[in-house]
Design a protein. Structure first.
Length: 272
């Protein structure tokens, strides 16, 4: 990403409507999304056919629009990037919404949840979620505030628990169906901790699957005389040496949230 004291901006908020703004960098924004959970039972269960006999597919535009209300910062230094929304969590949220029928009643852990957006979407789909992040920078307080801000759409706030989890020091003690990690690949020391956490967790909890989303961040280096994505390459190198299986998932599925889902975004499934 950037040097530790430099201000970084995810720019994701440019696709949102900000409802509040004050003199500080903190905002409350509406992240609108097409909500497949609100599709009528008629559309969900019956296939309609057009005059040529072709099935009429329910398009993204046919889904009712909803919004998550998310408190976040506009720009932060590297230590506080969790106070912003990154495209990683929007890609995870899209994937969860797209597969919402398989996301009911699961136990899900999110690592480095940041503002908690992906965790809130997983809870919305009917899973029990533990949203975690480092205990610094008031990030856990932002997640708690965001759960409260979305209590109407969630119906209950009890399906999400917020906990501190530092990948560098903590382990996974419970068994989860999925462990989510959105945009955690940008600093080699965090990547080391993430890969080691993945390896240990999968050794202990055989059926758990990790869903990792990230953005390949390209830079030109004199060493390579080319544009390379060093953080991504480092992650792949580390994963290749770990005793785990990983596959890249197709990211060309329907988009529910508004953001730039560029070809540099990666979604990965890691399992035993
Ligand atoms: C780029 S942000 C992504 C936040 C969120 N997942 C998203 O996509 O919007 C990286 C996240 O990793 C968290 N993080 C950094 N170091 C960590 C560590 N050692 N253990 C767990 N999370 C960490 C940050 O606090 C931040 O929330």
């Amino acid at each position: 990403m950037a040097a530790s004291d430099e201000l970084i901006c995810s720019e994701v908020h440019t696709f949102t409507e900000s409802t509040e703004s004050d003199s500080s960098a903190t905002r409350v924004s509406h992240f609108t999304f097409s909500n497949p959970l609100r599709i009528s039972s008629h559309n969900d269960q019956e296939i309609n056919y057009d005059s040529d006999g072709d099935a009429v597919v329910v398009r993204k535009e046919d889904y009712p629009e909803d919004a998550l209300v998310i408190q976040h910062d506009l720009a932060t230094n590297l230590a506080s990037v969790g106070r912003q929304v990154w495209r990683g969590s929007l890609l995870l949220a899209d994937y969860i919404l797209h597969n919402h029928k398989q996301m009911v009643g699961l136990n899900i852990l999110e690592l480095g949840s940041g503002t908690g957006l992906a965790s809130i979407v997983a809870a919305l789909c009917g899973s029990s979620v533990v949203a975690t992040d480092i205990p610094d920078q008031n990030i856990l307080e932002i997640i708690k505030a965001n759960i409260e801000l979305n209590k109407d759409i969630l119906n209950t706030t009890e399906s999400i628990t917020v906990k501190a989890l530092d990948l560098k020091t903590d382990e996974c003690n419970d068994t989860f169906d999925y462990i989510l990690a959105g945009d955690l690949v940008y600093d080699d020391s965090i990547t080391d901790a993430l890969v080691s956490f993945i390896e240990k967790t999968l050794a202990e909890h055989k059926s758990t699957k990790f869903l990792v989303s990230l953005e390949k961040r390209y830079v030109f280096t004199v060493k390579d005389l080319d544009t390379v994505a060093p953080a991504y390459q480092y992650f792949i190198q580390k994963l290749s040496k770990a005793f785990v299986k990983f596959v890249l998932l197709d990211t060309m599925f329907k988009q529910y949230f508004c953001y730039d889902r560029s070809k540099d975004m990666v979604l990965m499934l890691i399992s035993n």
